[in-house]
Design a binder for this molecule. Sequence first.
Ligand code: GRF
Length: 198
Amino acid sequence: MNIAIFASGAGSNAEVIIHTLPQLIDEMNVHIALVVTNNANAGVVGMAQNNKIPTEIISLKTKTAAEISECYLVLLKKYAIDFIVLAGYLKKIPTPVIQAYPQKIMNIHPALLPAYGGPGMYGMRVHEAIVAAGEVQSGITIHYVDEVYDHGKIIFQATCQLEKEETGASLAKKVQALEYKYYSKIIADTLVSQIPVK
Ligand code: GRF
């Protein structure tokens, strides 16, 4: 199975997946075949190169919707990608790509969806909104990707508690720890559950 990881930022989740996913699955050959980013300056680019994962930087500016879809589909075909993992990827996945990969695109969101999701809800904005609202609990949501931001079927959630003195930054650390702990494992479980029965 060839996996592509899409990321727009530091790529710390992508790095954890690269280091842990192959060992979590012994029933099959899992190969992290590609890292895709829309941001040439993102930390994920250097991280992928250090880990010797082929990297494709796609520029979506000035392209039509049809050209954008084609751009993704050509890349996914070139690397024979079977499954896509979003790890902090900030661009919307076009409908033709979602249709070509039914239940084969996963995302992680740093809050308990359906709350605190949707367009513009990413990174520190999410954590600060949760602290400002006086929530006592947050966490992570791992879900399939559909045409609506942060909306696809939820696969897994894990929670953490907020303290009285919680800040966006301190909450981000707690949530990040949950991401590193669970994302690879849930990806592995999902891949295993999708192996066709012979
Ligand atoms: C993570 O918090 C993830 O939940 C969200 O984007 C962030 C990516 O961080 N979707 P990193 O690039 O993996 O460090």
